[in-house]
Design a protein around this ligand. Structure first.
Ligand code: DON
Length: 316
């Protein structure tokens, strides 16, 4: 457990470290939930792995437990790719391709907004694939580099793809293939589904740690400027859009209850990561692989709930 200054120097152990150590110890006792197995490689995770990181907008990072343990970002990537599309194309164009309406359904539901001929929102798989289609680059490699570059800027370091998880997802992602082909059929996407799926699977397979997630979340909390590097990862004009959609749709069919009780824009991933953002203050990254029925880390939800309550961080 340590607090790092923006320059990486250690600071002495303070009250936040003690709070996090106690929180980690208590919530480590929670063993509910199941590891995701539909992507076979994810089933290899150690269920006891558990890390928490908090990054502040002024560049302090507090960590406890397995905060540097690597795992794949999965659906948390959707928030950052959505931000990229807004910055590249503007709000009107993106809105004409991807809605902002919660589905009340699971992340992988095969339900599309046929009235507006677009996926409902960018946080479910369908909308994330429509966003992935918009990633620019002259070649497939260049588009992957664009995607990795966007996420790396938010994390403040170069992120890479976990090739084993990628292969596992490519081998089993038939439901996502079905969604992509349905979107092609109705004109919601326009290019070869396999090309889009490849980018989407790769963005989900980017390897991160809790510390990375906290810094990525803190970058959103800090108007798009990475608090460790000072680099702008996302134009501040689009932060409100990303956080609003995270708030209404980031936790899928649990988003309403999450918002009601915990009150932080958030995004979860099926490997067991969660980010939560308190605008102007902090980013939280939590990882523990046992999931609830909605596909969210059980310990991750508990950690965010406790932090929200203890520090009065419900944004409303
Ligand atoms: O497409 C999928 O099913 C996964 N790559 C991502 C799903 C996910 O992370 C859902 N979130 N909790």
């Amino acid at each position: 457990m340590e607090a790092k200054s923006p320059l990486g120097a250690q600071s002495s152990i303070g009250p936040i470290d003690h709070y996090l150590a106690d929180l980690h110890q208590r919530i480590a006792g929670v063993t509910d939930g199941e590891i995701a197995t539909y992507i076979p490689e994810l089933a290899r995770a150690d269920p006891e792995t558990f890390g928490i990181a908090i990054a502040t907008v002024d560049g302090r990072v507090y960590t406890v437990g397995d905060a540097d343990h690597p795992f794949t970002i999965q659906s948390i990537s959707k928030a950052f790719v959505y931000g990229y599309t807004l910055a590249e194309y503007g709000r009107d164009f993106v809105l004409s391709h991807i809605g902002v309406e919660p589905t009340g359904e699971a992340f992988n539901s095969i339900v599309l907004d046929e009235v507006h001929n677009r996926p409902y929102n960018p946080m479910v798989n369908a909308g994330a694939m429509a966003a992935a289609e918009l990633i620019k680059g002259d070649t497939p490699e260049a588009r992957i580099a664009t995607m990795l570059g966007t996420m790396s800027k938010h994390a403040g370091r170069s992120l890479h793809i976990d090739e084993s998880v990628l292969r596992s997802e490519q081998a089993t992602g038939h439901r996502n293939r079905a969604i992509a082909y349905m979107m092609l059929n109705s004109g919601m996407i326009h290019s070869a589904p396999e090309t889009i799926l490849d980018i989407y699977f790769r963005q989900c397979s980017v390897r991160v740690s809790c510390t990375d997630l906290a810094v990525m979340a803190a970058t959103l909390a800090n108007d798009g400027v990475n608090p460790l590097t000072g680099e702008t990862a996302l134009d501040r004009d689009y932060i409100q859009d990303v956080l609003t959609v995270m708030n209404s749709c980031g936790m899928y069919n649990y988003a309403g209850q999450w918002s009601y009780e915990i009150g932080m824009p958030a995004k979860s991933g099926v490997a067991g990561g969660i980010i939560a953002v308190i605008p102007g203050q902090i980013g939280i990254g939590v990882f523990s692989p046992r999931l609830d029925a909605h596909g969210h880390s059980v310990r991750g939800v508990r950690v965010c709930a406790e932090i929200s309550e203890t520090f009065g961080l419900h944004v409303f």
